[in-house]
Design a binder for this molecule. Sequence first.
Ligand SMILES: N=c1c2ncn([C@@H]3O[C@H](COP(=O)(O)OP(=O)(O)OP(=O)(O)O)[C@@H](O)[C@H]3O)c2ncn1[C@@H]1O[C@H](COP(=O)(O)O)[C@@H](O)[C@H]1O
Length: 116
Amino acid sequence: MSEKLDGTVLDCLFRTIEGRRGGDPNGSHTARLFAKGTAKIAQKVGEEAVEAIIEAMRGDNPALVAESSDLLYHLLVLWADRGVRPDDVWAKLKEREGISGIAEKAARREAKLAGK
Ligand SMILES: N=c1c2ncn([C@@H]3O[C@H](COP(=O)(O)OP(=O)(O)OP(=O)(O)O)[C@@H](O)[C@H]3O)c2ncn1[C@@H]1O[C@H](COP(=O)(O)O)[C@@H](O)[C@H]1O
């Protein structure tokens, strides 16, 4: 098991999720989420994020791994629901490669001060 997350596991899960669109809500958790709509899916993403934070603060790494998996799954369902493709996100991450978050934040502050 040496699959990388970009372009493999998450892309594969996204395809499975897309395949559940319009499916039977009684037989698929994903189809049930799609049927409930964006607000419910977004709420689930928030809940899973909070659960991941709680496990991190408790220092329970196996639980953090499980909650992180729940979070990523629900985030992918939210992307699918909103028409965002994983490639859009991978491209944005790629665009940011090599740009320090500190330098980026300073540039934003400069631009704001200059009224841009
Ligand atoms: N990765 C996941 C995954 N992670 C978490 N979950 C489900 O997400 C649910 C989260 O549980 P919760 O109690 O928080 O949510 P809930 O039951 O909706 O409760 P409420 O918030 O509505 O009260 C559980 O039922 C988990 O099984 C997932 N369900 C599906 N997948 C993947 O999606 C694929 C397709 O699944 P189906 O659409 O169910 O066929 C699966 O083969 C998996 O690969």
